[in-house]
Structure formats: C-alpha cells, structure tokens
Design a protein around this ligand. Structure first.
Ligand SMILES: *Cc1c(COP(=O)(O)O)cnc(C)c1O
Length: 416
C-alpha cells in the first residue's frame, strides 16, 4: 500500500521540490494540466510590469535597440536551445506552432524540389492521431500547391517504418502524442527517414521542457514547438522553430516578411533571404508576451532535463500504481505506454464517462483535461507537481468513481 505519508516523505527528499515556490499556483488546487497551459512563474508579473512601464512606457521606440527587442526572438531562442539539443543561432521564438509548421513544411518541400535526386517525391507522412493543426497545416499547404502531394496518414507508430518509403519527401511527426502521451523513437525514425532521402520535422509541443530532447544527436532536420505548455511562457506566448545550420542557407519559407530579410532596415523593394536563422522569422512579434518566455526558461536553468525526467517518470509511475490501488475496480483504461522509453510526461486514461468524471475532478480542485474519445489527461510537471498532489488527485478520483459523483449527461464546454 502506498500511503499519503510515503508521498509526503518523497516530497521531503525531492531535490526539485523548492522550485515550486517560483510558481504562482492557486490554493487548494492540484494542477495536472501543465501539458496544456503551464503555470505562471512568479517572476512573470514583475517582468511584465517592467516591460510595460520602462521598455514601453519610458523608453518607447528606443527599446528596439536599447532593450534588445529586435534581437529578442533570437536571444530567447538561444536560451531555449539547450533544452532541445539545438546549437546557438539555430532557434527563433516567433509566431505560433501552427505558423511555424507551415514555414518548416514549406521550406522542407522546397529543399526536396531543388535536389534532382528528391524532386519527384510526392508524399508527406504524418500520423492520423497527430494533433489536428499539424494535419490541417499539411492539407492547407497541399491545397496551396495545387494538391500535388499525397498526405499519407499512418495509423500506428509501428506502421511508420513501412509508410516512410522512397516516395516520401517530408515526414512530420509529433514526438510525444498529445492524446496518449506515446513518445516516438526520434533517432530511429529520423535515421529511417534519411535512409529514404526524406526530410523529417519534429513537433516538440509535448516534449520541450517535458522530456530530454537532443535534436543534433538524432540528426533531425527541423523542429517546432510551443512555449506555453511545459515551458510555462504564458497563454499564447510565441512558439519556437529550429533550423539547424546545415539547412539554413536553403531554408526558404513563403512567409517572406521583412524580419526574414538580409537587412530589414535597408528597406529594399525586393526580398533577399537572410540565409541564417532569421529566415524563419516573418514580422514584428508581440513583445510583452515574447519577453515572458524568459521567466519560464529561467526556472529550467536551475536544474537539468535529466532530473526533470527522473521525477516526471516517478510521478507518472506513482499515479499508475495509485490508480491500481484505489481505482482498480473501475473501467479505466490506460492509454499511455508503461514502458518508460515510450512515455512522455502525461498519463491518459479512458473512462466511458471521461468528460463528466473530469468535470467532477475539476469541481474538486483537481485540474486535468479531456480529449476525445473518452480520454482524461493528467500532465506531470516536475517543476511544480508534488508526490502529494498525485496521491490526493487519485484519492479524489477514487471517491468520485466509487460514489458515482459525476453527471453522466453533462453537456460539453467549448474547450474541454
Ligand atoms: C499544442 C499543440 C499545438 C498548438 O498549436 P498552436 O498553433 O499553438 O495553436 C500544435 N501541435 C501540437 C502537437 C500540439 O500539442
């Protein structure tokens, strides 16, 4: 039997536990949704005030130079780089994940077309279970290009190897599946794509700040991801895009805004690509929101991804054990792999009344979320999730299930 006092003891011995103090979390809330919207670093409030009062209020237009606004997508990109195994001057923080996906896919298709050996390839591979925006962006690009590509939707991680064949130009995969928490084998799939002369783009939305990622070790081609989930940058904060040095000179994406120009302030009447990471930019960024990305990253600098990963697995293992212990008699189906190498930093469990049960949990202060069909998602964010949180969450879940304290006929909200 795992007891609450055992969990309290785990917290006492947890080296990362003091970092929770750096986040503003509401009282009596167990927040297990940092995989959807990360918690607020306390420093963000002061930083926002400083930007609004001084950088904007006092220094006005001078801040583009004086405060480094103009360079900020790249200076912050350099700060994020170590978390994903990127080198300096390879990451830009800009736009949204959806927009960055558009740029990366378009640039990758362009590179393949320029090379006589790959110019005839007409297939783009992704998973049917990918986050919808990733698939929609592929459809949008294909529409824009006159439907000249086939989008091959693959139904299981195992089937990816067969689906990535000689016809494939570009592979777009999300490293950790948003719904199930399944983590793909990035080095193996990247090597497989390269054997077939395909370029591979990794979506790291549920990986950056959640699991160790080494893009260079995997020899990946491009990556994108958001900052508002595990990186705690704030709602709608700009996303990142990684373009390694090996591809920067050929990286031509169609959103050729002035920030991607070789010399934006020369105000030339025609576009000339910067030829470096600036080529991934488009235009002016929301400076306040962008600047707050630093507050989330600052917390990561106080530890390592290895320590975060070790605690993440300990938290999710504990959650699974407690589910067996307290909820074993209920129809709960684990959707996340038990195998550590295949698991991200979340646990997904299906229940026939998943939505209603999640709403009952939220009413009791346990915040997770729901994804179709029937899946309750619980995210584990080692910077601010405690072992006690996990024990209490399962305890409350057991009470709700044992006594059917949920409304099975509940209507769904717009955001689930
Ligand atoms: C969260 C998420 C997104 C979000 O895209 P936005 O452009 O920020 O709305 C995209 N892809 C994946 C895989 C995600 O998990």
């Amino acid at each position: 039997m795992i007891t609450l006092s055992h969990c309290i003891d785990l917290d006492r011995r947890d080296e990362l536990a003091p970092l929770r103090e750096q986040f503003s979390l509401p009282e009596n809330t167990i927040y297990l949704d940092g995989n959807s919207l990360g918690a607020q670093p306390k420093a963000a409030l002061k930083r926002a005030q400083q930007i609004i009062e001084h950088e904007w209020g006092t220094d006005l237009i001078q801040s583009w130079n004086k405060a480094g606004w103009f360079q900020r997508p790249l200076t912050l990109g350099n700060e994020l780089a170590p978390l994903i195994g990127a080198a300096q001057d390879e990451v830009a923080i800009t736009d949204s994940t959806s927009v960055n996906l558009f740029k990366a896919v378009a640039a990758a298709l362009h590179i393949q077309k320029q090379n006589p050996a790959t110019a005839a390839k007409r297939v783009i591979v992704t998973e049917r279970s990918n986050f919808p925006t990733d698939i929609y962006i592929l459809e949008g690009i294909n529409h824009f290009l006159g439907q000249s590509y086939e989008i091959r939707l693959v139904d299981s991680p195992e089937a990816l190897y067969q689906a990535i064949d000689a016809d494939v130009a570009v592979v777009l995969l999300t490293h950790v599946n948003y719904r199930t928490g399944y983590m793909l084998d990035m080095p193996a799939l990247t090597a497989h794509a390269h054997q077939h002369q395909a370029l591979i783009i990794w979506d790291l939305c549920h990986s950056a700040g959640a699991v160790p990622v080494d893009l260079h070790a995997a020899h990946a081609d491009f990556a994108v991801g958001c900052t508002y989930k595990y990186l705690n940058a704030g709602p709608g904060a700009p996303a990142f895009i990684w373009v390694p040095k090996k591809h920067q000179a050929q990286f031509l994406q169609p959103l050729t805004g002035w920030w991607a120009h070789r010399s934006p302030f020369a105000m030339q009447p025609s576009f000339a690509a910067a030829g470096d990471i600036r080529g991934a930019l488009c235009g002016t960024q929301p400076m306040i929101s962008l600047s707050l990305v630093a507050c989330g990253l600052d917390v990561f600098k106080q530890t390592t991804m290895e320590k975060i990963r070790a605690k993440s697995l300990a938290l999710s293992d504990l959650f699974i054990q407690l589910l067996e212990q307290y909820c074993g008699s209920h129809p709960l189906q684990l959707e996340t792999p038990l195998e550590h190498e295949r698991r991200g930093s979340q646990i997904s469990i299906a229940h026939p009344h998943g939505y209603a049960v999640m709403q009952a949990l939220i009413a009791r202060g346990v915040i997770g979320d729901y994804r179709e069909p029937h899946i309750m998602r619980f995210g584990f964010t080692p910077l601010y999730t405690s072992y006690q949180d996990v024990w209490k969450a399962v305890h409350i879940l057991a009470d709700i299930l044992d006594h059917k304290k949920y409304d099975a006929n509940l209507e769904k909200n717009a955001v689930t």
